[in-house]
Design a protein. Sequence first.
Length: 246
Amino acid sequence: MVADTQSRKHKHHAKKRVKDMKKSNGSGLITIADSLSPITEQYRTIRSNIQFSMVDRELKTLGITSAEASEGKSTVSSNLAVVFAQSGMKVLLVDADLRKPTMHKVMHLENNQGLSTFLVDRSESWRDGLHTFIGTSNLTIMTSGPKPPNPSELLGSKRMRELMMELEEEFDLVIFDLPPIVTVTDAQIMLSQTDGCVLVVHENVTNKNALLRAKELLTMSEANVLGAVYTGVERTKGGYYHYKYY
């Protein structure tokens, strides 16, 4: 009876989390809020284009970044993770923005453990920072954990490289939500190690000079840039999200 009661409580909390996500993420986590919307279909198109672009090379790790803040990279990261998981892949979404993490808010999760706690404390297991995503099967979330004083050093550490290799063994695809590449060096460090990279560009938000600088930094880091997701387009211009190659 006790086990049965706990099971019912768990299912109740799970359903409540899904409802909360749908209420608060009508425009953010749209792939969960409205699976039949044109925007969700655009994300499926982005997923297909990414897969086609890597036809000659296995895609196990994907980094998502932007030139500067507030350009929608976390929204793109979370929605892409959902549609990849919905295709049957075992996906891990990692909040690797250790300076300004947002994924735990988007997903309504606790953030007392995560990537930073594993990188700092060798007694920690990376599995301790994992959260099963209730909205769709096959998707797991690794939150950022508490903000550390040295994000760049942690992301560039040997322990981080070892973690990435372990995650590649465990999951079909690992998506890293990274900090803006122009603002800090964290994204450059990570993108030199990922199989692919997508740059998020927001209409009327992204600064042209910052975008050009982002392209320079991506080249310097030898990132494998698959393309850009262009967001914020008015509906009259053909939809909200478009995928474009450089």
